[in-house]
Design a protein around this ligand. Structure first.
Ligand code: MG
Length: 385
């Protein structure tokens, strides 16, 4: 089954009132249009994407429409929404069995909603994503102001979203309907086709007026990380030399060799710091606290860890847990692990039950096994707070 996605972005957003076309406005740093297009370009059920843009934008499309990972075509929109969709339909691959149409102004469409709509259209011919009304719905008549004519039975009311998907011949019929319509499903209805309703998503909002932007920002920031968390890994290795203290997790451990480095060379703190920064896509410890800068020379690594956590917190993210493996031939660190966990937990601001530290040797193999180096691996999970 070959599927073409049409992204309708031909409007000028007159209700929005901004100078820039609303589909180019950024939500949490990413343009609305780019978010909508990416949802379809990256969807496994979609084979090609056609974007209908206002003529001036179609002539000079944004870069993210030029180097997509799937076939992507840009067409100029028409006077009405259905004219834009018809222009796009005209260049759809001849192989396409299903055409799925989506409003560019709905940037939070999920992969599940796209999959459901396509599957229902394949089975029934036409499908629309919609959410059941939660408000009581009144039909009004105009008598000066609006007067309630009747209260509609709520269980029969659904609010239509996009995507809306159609077998090719059904959309062809729908686009022959001459009357103007606000979506393709109503054209298909008027052409005599039955349209299946599938579950939309309450977060699949349409950004229509500036009032929608704060809601869109909130959805963008709280979406995926809130549901799944974000993992990061960290790794660090230092040479072991005589005459240096061995500091691990802020604990100085009696040893005849210590880790060489500008700071206290605490591999536990360094690996945990990198894992936390990595989970937030904030780079690494060397970027924020370069040892070439005098102010970080000899710095306590527990202090740097706290500073990294503050950077992550500033993004609205908090640490869920960390797990560390220290690789060291000698001495045994078993008796110091609880003190190390307490220090690391305090530096992060985390319950000690969420900080795990384990020790391992390298069985005499390689530089660590010979006692010439110490290493640590860390994993951190962070999430929206
Ligand atoms: Mg280090």
């Amino acid at each position: 089954m070959h599927v073409t996605a049409i992204i309708a972005a031909g409007g000028r957003g007159l209700r929005f009132g901004a100078v820039e076309p609303k589909q180019l406005l950024r939500v949490d740093g990413r343009p609305i249009l780019e978010r909508s297009v990416t949802a379809f370009v990256t969807h496994p059920a979609v084979h090609e994407v056609i974007v209908a843009l206002p003529a001036e934008l179609a002539a000079d499309p944004p870069a993210y429409l030029r180097d997509a990972i799937k076939p992507l075509h840009v067409v100029a929109g028409g006077a009405r929404r259905q004219d834009s969709v018809a222009n796009a339909f005209g260049v759809a691959s001849k192989e396409s069995d299903i055409i799925v149409v989506h409003d560019a102004a709905r940037p939070f469409v999920t992969a599940d909603v796209i999959a459901r709509t396509i599957a229902a259209a394949r089975e029934t011919g036409a499908a629309v994503a919609a959410v059941a009304a939660s408000d009581t719905v009144k039909r009004a008549r105009r008598e000066g102001g609006a007067v309630v004519a009747e209260t509609l039975p709520r269980e029969t009311i659904f609010l239509a979203q996009t995507p809306q998907a159609f077998r090719r011949e059904v959309l062809a019929d729908a686009l022959k309907v001459a009357d103007a319509a606000t979506d393709e499903a109503s054209l298909a209805e008027r052409a005599g086709h039955s349209v299946q309703i599938v579950d939309g998503d309450p977060t699949n909002i349409k950004i229509t007026t500036p009032d929608d932007l704060p809601i869109a920002e909130a959805i963008a920031r709280r979406g995926a990380p809130a549901r799944t968390g974000r993992a990061g890994t960290g790794y660090d290795l230092h040479r072991l030399v005589p005459g240096r203290p061995l500091v691990l997790g802020g604990v100085t451990i009696p040893a005849d060799r210590g880790a060489l480095g500008h700071s206290d060379a605490d591999v536990v703190c360094h690996a945990v710091t990198d894992a936390i920064l990595g989970a937030a896509c904030l780079g690494d410890i060397g970027r924020h606290f370069p040892d070439s800068e005098p102010k970080w020379k000899g710095a306590s690594s527990l202090d740097l860890l706290s500073r990294a956590v503050a950077l992550v917190r500033a993004q609205g993210l908090g640490v869920g847990n960390v797990d560390v493996t220290v690789i060291l031939e000698a001495p045994k660190i078993r008796d110091h692990i609880d003190a190390m966990r307490a220090n690391v937990a305090k530096a992060i601001g985390l319950d000690v039950a969420r900080v795990s530290i384990k020790g391992k040797t390298n069985e005499g193999v390689d530089a660590i096994g010979r006692g010439d180096a110490i290493a640590a691996h860390a994993v951190a999970l962070i999430r929206v707070i």
